[in-house]
Design a protein around this ligand. Sequence first.
Ligand code: TEU
Ligand code: CA
Length: 562
Amino acid sequence: MKKQWWHGKTAYQIYPKSFYDSNGDGIGDIPGIISKLDELQELGIEILWLSPVYCSPMADQGYDISDYYNIDPRFGTLEDMDRLIAEGKKRGISIVMDLVVNHCSDEHEWFKKACEDPYGPYGQFFHILPWHEGEKLPNNWRSYFGGSVWDKLPGHDDLVYLHLFHKKQPDLNWENPALREEIYKMINWWLDRGLAGFRIDAIINIKKTTPLTIDYPADRADGLCSPGRMLQDAVGVVDLLNEMADRTFRKHQAFTIAELFNWRKEDLASYIGDEGCFSSIFDFAETVINASPNGWYDQKPVEPEQYKQTVFDVQKSVGDVGYMANIIENHDESRGVSRYIPEGERSTEAKKMLGGLSFMLRGLPFLYQGQELGMENCAFPSIEAIDDVSSRDEYQRCLKVGLNEEEALKVVSHYSRDNGRTPFQWNDEKNGGFTTGTPWLMVNPQYKEINAASQIGKEGSIYEFYKSMIALRRDDRYEDTIVYGVTEPVLEDQKDIMAYFRRGEKQDILVIGNFRDEAAEVEIPELKGKTCQVLLNNGGTCMAVDGKVKLEALQGVVFEVK
Ligand code: TEU
Ligand code: CA
């Protein structure tokens, strides 16, 4: 694998709507982000990805874009964005925007023109098919947010258009070269402005099976099938992606990170190999542990053993082919600490342990806002307190299969995307210091205990633990091993102990965590006769003597082994 400028960095995702509100309208904004750049630099962040800030009707929180060339007034102006890029540069922080091009908004002018003249050039920008009342729809795919992927084209009783996501997110027709030209032009326009690159949304969905009129076996009682099934059969996405990369990213040496679920091992090199179409992709394997085709109500809690095995499987299959990005959460997931740490064990120490086990893996650590504080899921008091489209769909599903409202709320609260979207907890003042107005989404009541002000500069805090991990990753003495060392799991048969070596040229690093609620002593014979120096410890006393490692309950330690 060729070395790249970004490999040794630490990245951070901002969900702008919920990060910091600079003008009291209850919505986070770009000036708010700029005002916090010093703190991000202090933490050690060098790559910053912003979820979408383009003009949007917000049917899906900005993932429905009505103008790719402008900033939504709720978030600021184009000048603010330019300023963010420039201020980032001054602090060694590369700014990455979200590239949402599987679909746009039904309020984008392309879609409006397509509605005016479906048989004209803009009709070809979308997937529009004839259909008559009473007929079967063109296919039986289910939107990711529930219901059919087909809806009537506004103003036309005899036509339907395709949307894999919300009906306000019509899919763009990537088979049409004219559409692709428009997309490339837009990408280059942003890169020319000084943007470092993009996180690329839902990109695998751009290639559909053809013709579109083929049904798949139903995977639920509604007779529909998830588009995920169709994606297994769709061929040729890599050709499209390479064309996009050639025309845009490669010319600019842009950093690109794709949201790509269910990649096949044999395709990995074409995505993130040296000649791949992206810089990196996220490891999402952990986020789908125990996922059920039936929906959230049917999903079982994640066991530490499942977490460990899934992480190791991904590390092994990626190997040296490319560089993955490791996360414990993002804006589409519930909080990692609430998901991967068993109920009742969510202590400060346990949160650091989980953070460390993920951060020290081979790959780019990608933190999500609030992760560095140990922010947890929110106890939403009612479904009305939840805004997210997919959560509302899952809630209805729960009721449909017979759960009562309280049970349905419990399920949805556990998995809701809004868990990651509650406002950032800056301090213990009103609204957690996020806004002086009324926040667009409730603030997690835990802000009194969990907030940035009480952790920054405080010895032993989760924030300071993350800061030391980031510093360690940049430390000349260890950098090469942490960034490029091979991941080699050990003690795999020790239940609820997650341990791995990072094998480097200068040294080996041992990362070990004890998910058990009691102390553990394990033996790693190769440590005999070697010295183990503690580089990081989440608290408590630990010993590595004569090949034996003693850990307290929920203790996580990083050792240098020489
Ligand atoms: O997500 C795409 C995606 O496949 C997952 O979001 C998942 O299916 C969904 O979250 C179900 O809960 C991306 C964005 O990250 C997400 O926020 C957008 O809603 C989606 O694309 C549409 O743009
Ligand atoms: Ca604002």
